[in-house]
Design a protein around this ligand. Structure first.
Ligand code: PLP
Length: 392
């Protein structure tokens, strides 16, 4: 028997640090332990429940779905069209926008980067650091070079706008700029509308392609407000991409619901790009999973279900805002919490302090110091703040 010993040629890959943290948290016997590690929304009971709007749509779907036959590589077009005005506004230039349903926001990012590499394999993608830990592996899998500039100074929690401007001013025309549309993961530090306008101006002036990752719409300042960045960019930049996830704002995580939107300079180029998106989707996953996107579509098609969904999403947002306000009120050095948006902020802590918080105080957070604000409840806010000052 001959063997090429394929698998022994592979390098061992590190395990996901957050998954390890989940195991450690589960094994901790303390009753008052606090989980700020995992990146999902939690209610005051610590649960990540299925939305009522989703349950209703699922019931209707089960009753009415006539077939489980394939959808096309573009996925559920009604879902895509339903999202479009939520992201780009009622006056969106729809004749210049194409795209498709993808398996989660991750699938949209991957497909977007593949399309960009197909169009310009020399492009460098620029990103503010820190960013979502999955961005670099997704982009490097398609062979694009990465360049980073500082997004935030954690010691002051101030955005590094000058560094960003300098990085974009020095970028090569045709380069890509990856931006978080709202609720920056992992820092919660978003741009103001004036800063978005400045970034849009720079991108348009320099011929840079904005790739906006919008994974938390509705969890920052509100559904409309959280789209401001995308809309400003879409008005000023002739071409851009938006990777969208419905996994947080519909609570559909495991159903893998996302979409990629592409804005082109004109309808002809939009159609050309769409043929490429479809062929890339076909070569990756052929066709996306249907269930979650069909559920989101049914919610968006029904005024009644849309109203329920918006109420549920707004309730989540308000809970996050209340926790941020609670932290700022208890501890002046956490005042920045109310300027930041969404589920995440990153604390300026040493690795030793992060270990002490976990081992001595039962407070679990990512090794980067990222905390999930939705892991806090009114009853453990002051316990968390006490642990923080004891460990600092
Ligand atoms: N982009 C950011 C910034 C995220 O935080 C996440 C998920 O954590 C995603 C994209 C991907 O979301 P999905 O679960 O839909 O793939």
């Amino acid at each position: 028997m001959k063997t090429f010993a394929y698998w022994s040629r592979l390098d061992e890959q590190p395990a996901d640090g957050l998954l390890k943290l989940i195991g450690m948290f589960a094994a901790d016997p303390r009753d008052d332990k606090i989980d700020l590690g995992v990146g999902v929304y939690k209610d005051e009971g610590g649960a990540t429940p299925v939305f009522e709007s989703v349950k209703s749509a699922e019931r209707q779907l089960v009753e009415s779905q006539p077939t489980k036959s394939y959808v096309g590589p573009e996925g559920d077009i009604g879902f895509f069209r339903g999202l479009l005005p939520i992201i780009f506004g009622a006056d969106a230039p729809t004749q210049r926008i194409v795209g498709l349903q993808t398996p989660g926001g991750t699938g949209a990012l991957r497909l977007g980067f593949e399309l960009l590499a197909r169009a310009n394999k020399e492009a460098t993608w620029h990103v503010g650091a820190p960013t979502w830990a999955n961005h670099p592996p997704i982009a490097s899998a398609v062979g694009l070079k990465m360049a980073s500039y500082p997004h935030i100074d954690l010691s002051t929690q101030a955005l590094c706008i000058d560094e960003m401007k300098a990085a974009l001013a020095a970028a090569t025309p045709g380069d890509i700029v990856l931006l978080h549309g709202c609720c920056h993961n992992p820092t919660g530090a978003d741009y103001s509308e004036a800063e978005w306008a400045m970034i849009a101006e720079l991108c348009a002036e320099r011929g840079l392609l904005p790739f906006i990752d919008l994974a938390y719409q509705g969890l920052g300042d509100g559904l409309e407000q959280d789209a401001a960045g995308v809309r400003i960019m879409a008005r000023k930049c002739p071409e851009l991409l938006v990777a969208y996830s419905c996994d947080k704002n519909f609570g559909l995580y495991r159903e893998r619901v996302g979409a990629l939107f592409l804005l082109a300079g004109d309808a002809e180029n939009a159609a050309l790009a769409q043929t490429n998106l479809l062929s890339l989707a076909r070569a990756n996953w052929s066709m996306p999973p249907d269930h979650g996107a069909a559920v989101a579509r049914m919610i968006l098609e029904s005024d009644e279900l849309t109203a329920v969904w918006k109420r549920e999403l707004e309730g989540m947002r308000q809970r996050i805002v209340a926790m941020r306000e609670g932290l700022a009120a208890l501890e002046p050095s956490l005042a920045f919490m109310t300027r930041q948006k969404g589920m995440f902020s990153t604390l300026h802590l040493t690795p030793e302090q992060i270990v002490a918080l976990r081992e001595v105080h039962g407070v679990y957070m990512a090794g980067s110091g990222r905390i999930n604000i939705a892991g806090l409840v009114p009853a453990n806010l002051s316990q968390f703040v006490r642990a923080l000052s004891a460990a600092s």
